[in-house]
Design a protein around this ligand. Structure first.
Ligand code: SAM
Length: 421
């Protein structure tokens, strides 16, 4: 059984770069040792697990709160709304969804079943005109799927992006003219086409009258979410508004799987029972051998070879294969299907994937939020979502911005009115 992790594996497991690990070695935070046979510098599995425990068990000092009360009734138009992760988060922060657009019929069904009063516009965004909302909503949000642009000239303009879903997002922002627009995406957008895609998006928003705030990748674990998910946030502020947008401050407390599934400070009850996917018997036999926080390296070598097939000889960490999550760590990022070989997330005690309700808890959806469609459709909607608590924290940052915007605007109007009398 494997007792050591390589530098690459350790970096992957603790979520830090190799450089950080080398520094930690010098500083005595996590010491590398020589592997007896190969003499390579490696890390003892026990040391890594001890460190992981302490990383996620941080002392709560100076806990922050991003909460802010809306001073007026704020509204949002939510594009690419999925099953409503961001929508509910914004609602919890006090921002009202005036309309939501989504193409997937099951996600729309979910939105309608849970919020009969929400105006769900089902269909391809390309077929909708949103000018009836012009100057009537404060925010336009959207998690547009990322696609490459074709570059004609040096600086990308709105028309060069035609045919992409980002074009549709920008087109709607232009149509609706909100004070602020928020795009959300995967971290990979930073490096997509060597950064050119993101640069193109920033220049398009600039062209249509929005100043883009420095882009940030928010780690969900810092925003009351028991999952190591990351979301890139792209914020555009209408250029006539001279108010800063500040990202929500990270919380010190990191929640783990136990907080997600058991009664505690995140949820008032244990996770409700629900249906879930099952492993085929061969996979179950293999995963039965994996301890919490372990992965394929914890298998006997002959089974490693059999389970991994060709990948066994390819090298690299592949720490997502045959992975079992531990109670005292946040879950790894949930994907759209719960039992994929490369991104396994097995339950800590039982050898099975997370159930639908467990999936929803890890994404901080409330237990009352029901998902429509087949089991596979439900997992897909949950796996696609912005975690609700992350959406709520971003919502507070928007509310703060809008409070400042409106108080500034009204005080200017009052001043002008008084001067004219
Ligand atoms: C990353 S998900 C958004 C998740 C959502 N923000 C949430 O928090 O639950 C992207 C969504 O865009 C939708 N979508 C893709 N193409 C679309 C189109 N042409 N028109 C409208 N929606 C589309 C997908 O069905 C998917 O639900």
């Amino acid at each position: 059984m494997k007792k050591y992790y390589s530098l690459a594996e350790t970096a992957d497991i603790v979520g830090k770069s190799k450089e950080t690990l080398r520094r930690w070695d010098k500083e005595g935070i996590l010491n590398a040792v020589r592997e007896p046979v190969s003499n390579y510098r490696v890390y003892r599995k026990t040391d890594v697990q001890l460190l992981l425990g302490s990383m996620f068990d941080e002392v709560i000092e100076n806990e922050v709160s991003n909460f802010v009360e809306p001073e007026y009734e704020y509204t949002v138009l939510e594009l690419f709304a999925g099953a409503g992760g961001l929508g509910i988060g914004l609602e919890k922060a006090g921002i009202k969804c005036v309309a939501l657009n989504e193409i997937d019929k099951w996600a729309c069904e979910t939105l309608r079943n849970n919020r009969p009063n929400w105006n769900v516009l089902e269909g391809d965004i390309k077929d909708f005109n949103f000018s009836e909302y012009r100057n009537k909503v404060d925010v336009v949000t959207g998690g547009f799927p990322c696609q490459a642009f074709s570059y004609a000239g040096k600086k990308l303009g709105l028309n060069d992006a035609r045919g992409t879903l980002f074009y549709e997002f920008a087109r709607v922002v232009q149509e609706v003219n909100p004070a602020i627009c928020i795009g959300e995406n995967v971290r990979g957008l930073l490096s997509h086409e060597k950064g050119k895609t993101l640069q193109g998006m920033i220049s398009i928003l600039d062209e249509i009258g929005y100043r883009v705030v420095p882009v940030k990748v928010l780690k969900a674990i810092h925003y009351r979410v028991p999952q190591k998910r990351e979301r890139l946030i792209l914020v555009g502020v209408r250029k006539d508004i001279n108010i800063d947008f500040n990202y929500p401050k990270p919380h010190k407390r990191i929640y783990n799987l136990e907080d997600a599934l058991k009664k505690g400070s995140l949820f008032d009850t244990d996770v409700p029972k629900s249906s879930g996917a099952k492993y085929p018997s061969y996979k179950k036999k293999v995963l039965d051998m994996i301890p919490p926080k372990g992965y394929w390296r914890d298998l006997p070598e002959d089974i490693q070879k059999e389970y991994m097939g060709g990948s066994f000889y390819l090298g690299g960490g592949k720490t997502g294969m045959a992975r079992r999550i531990g109670w005292d760590e946040p879950s790894l990022t949930l994907t759209c299907s719960p039992a994929q070989k490369q991104t396994e997330r097995c339950h800590p005690e039982e050898t099975r994937p997370f159930t639908v309700r467990e999936y929803a808890r890890i994404q901080t959806f409330p237990d009352e939020w029901k998902f429509a469609g087949s089991l596979a459709q439900q997992y897909k909607q949950i796996g696609n979502a912005v975690p609700v608590n992350l959406g709520q924290e971003v919502g507070y940052a928007i509310v703060k911005f809008l409070n400042n915007y409106y108080s500034d605007k009204f005080s200017k109007v009052n001043k002008a009115y008084n001067l004219s009398r």
